[in-house]
Design a binder for this molecule. Structure first.
Ligand code: LM2
Ligand code: CA
Length: 485
């Protein structure tokens, strides 16, 4: 099902590239299967369904990562999503019926749904309470699911909280910020978690982000995954800490992992203007192999933490996303949330407490004018949409060695596309070697998937060089299908 629909979508993508340029993509070019995802943080299910139909499907996104769908503690903060009280698919983000409708509508336009699975822990409340749809709970008691005997009591720290990330035992068996830590080594617990994941699969999800995977022994996650149907996509969140005992590599045997090194290295290098060229070495140190990696510039935690670039950085953030989408390492996931000044602030809500989906209309591009609560809508920025088209056209073409000139930088994906970036505060020009045919091409970062190409968005290729003139913090990219003359 996924494959067939995907073919239709990338057929349309390349068709639009051809329509734009008025000349055909040489037949040697096989468009790549879409692999780019988008995390739509705290966006309600009905809004995600609409977004799939109006934006994600047409742009060629392959998957969307949702916020956690299960019942949670009651509260205003976004992070109540990460405190499960039952596995009912009922939350501030929508009902079970709305979730199911989203999965089928996204699937119909070729977009898989990846659900955020919070399975390391339950709530972090000390006092008993009642969840979003009325489930009673206590810190280590969730009627019908788990009793006190099914939680870890690590007994290693004063409050049973994780204190030392240098201790494997603490990280996996103590409580992460007071969140009741499930005994994932127990067959009964594994089975209950498995039933929850199976339920989501029965609604059509393609796979899961495994929240806080580092806080579960890899063998525990492996056992839970082994019980899922073959082909279920699994993306473990294992925040890499260079000197920590638990490393992401332990989790690659049964799925992909979010590779936190990628953004950590890309961001600072962009800011200093010292762009790094991974092709100068054969392997990326402290990175999992490309086929295991999910890469991102930021996510909901890092944008509230130490992400070097977020929506607040405007053009430079777009530039970083462009380079990630141009790269040949891992499956990229674009992040899209809402503006905030208080790290705990939830997305705007309706009178009944459900999250409001907002609108993308005011901010179609990086913008300094976000008010708190505005959706950033990164998935609709012209430069992002243009790069999805670019990525489909370059496919698996080799990434050629980068060149750096006048503090600007660029590289070719052999014979099919060229990208360039100027992370500095002054105009800069760079000529990037390419085997693309001579001619004038449209910059798809500036022009998105637009049908006509304004003069200012054109890039000339002559005698094996693509000549880019870039404004401060501008990235630009051309591909075989974006040729205008
Ligand atoms: C994750 N990945 O491993 C999520 O991506 C991250 O967003 C989650 O933290 C975390 N792990 C647990 O799933 C968020 C948020 C925390 C919040 C927790 C639980 O960043 O601030 O903790 O969710 O809702 C909050 C309070 C904290 C309190 C805790 C329990 O900030 O002070 O701890 O609730 O009541 C006493
Ligand atoms: Ca644990």
């Amino acid at each position: 099902m996924r494959g067939v629909r995907s073919v239709v979508v990338w057929g349309a993508l390349v068709a639009s590239a051809v329509a734009m340029s008025g000349c055909s993509v040489p037949s040697a070019v096989e468009p790549a299967a879409p692999d780019v995802g988008v995390q739509l943080f705290q966006l309600p299910w009905t809004s995600i369904a609409e977004e799939c139909e109006s934006a994600l499907g047409p742009a060629g996104f392959a998957w969307v990562l949702t916020s956690p769908p299960q019942e949670h503690v009651v509260g205003e903060q976004w992070w109540v999503s990460y405190q499960p009280v039952s596995y009912q698919i009922e939350s501030r983000l929508g009902t079970r019926a709305e979730f199911a409708d989203m999965v089928s509508r996204c699937g119909a336009v070729g977009v898989d749904v990846i659900a955020d699975a919070v399975i390391n822990h339950m709530s972090g409340q000390d006092a008993p309470g009642t969840g979003w749809v009325g489930s009673a709970y206590a810190h280590q008691g969730y009627p019908g699911l788990y009793g006190p005997g099914e939680f870890h009591h690590c007994g290693l720290t004063a409050q049973d909280d994780i204190e030392d990330y240098g201790s494997r035992e603490q990280v996996q068996n103590c409580e992460l910020v007071n969140l009741a830590d499930l005994d994932t080594g127990s067959p009964a617990v594994r089975q209950t978690i498995g039933a929850y994941l199976d339920d989501l699969l029965s609604l059509g999800v393609a796979g899961f982000r495994i929240d806080a995977a580092k806080h579960m022994a890899a063998e525990d996650v492996a056992a839970i995954v082994a019980a899922l149907p073959e082909g279920t996509r699994v993306m473990s969140e294992v925040i890499r800490g260079a000197r920590e005992p638990i490393q992401p590599e332990e989790y690659t045997a049964f799925g992909e992992v979010f590779e936190f090194s990628y953004a950590r290295e890309l961001g600072p290098q962009l800011e200093s203007g010292m762009l790094y060229d991974p092709d100068l070495s054969d392997e990326r140190a402290l990175h999992v192999p490309a086929s295991s990696a999910v890469v991102f510039i930021d996510n909901h935690d890092t944008e509230r933490g130490n992400a070097p670039l977020t929506y607040r950085n405007g053009a430079e953030y777009l530039l970083a996303n462009v380079l990630m989408l141009a790269d040949d390492y891992g499956a990229p996931v674009v992040y899209s949330g809402y503006a905030f000044s208080d790290r705990d602030a939830g997305a705007p809500t309706n009178a009944d407490g459900t999250v409001d989906g907002g609108t993308c209309a005011p901010h179609p591009a990086p913008d300094a004018e976000y008010a708190d609560g505005d959706r950033t809508c990164v998935q609709r920025w012209a430069g992002i949409v243009g790069m999805l088209e670019w990525r489909a056209v370059v496919g698996d073409a080799a990434r050629m060695p980068g060149v750096s000139e006048n503090d600007a930088y660029g590289f070719e994906r052999e014979g099919r596309g060229v990208v360039a970036a100027n992370p500095n505060d002054a105009d800069a020009s760079v000529a990037v070697p390419t085997s693309m045919p001579d001619g004038e091409y449209c910059d798809v970062v500036a022009n998105g998937s637009g049908s006509s190409c304004p003069e200012g968005a054109r890039v000339r290729v002559r005698d094996g060089l693509a000549a880019f003139d870039l404004a401060p913090q501008q990235a630009a990219a051309i591909h075989l299908g974006s040729r205008v003359s």
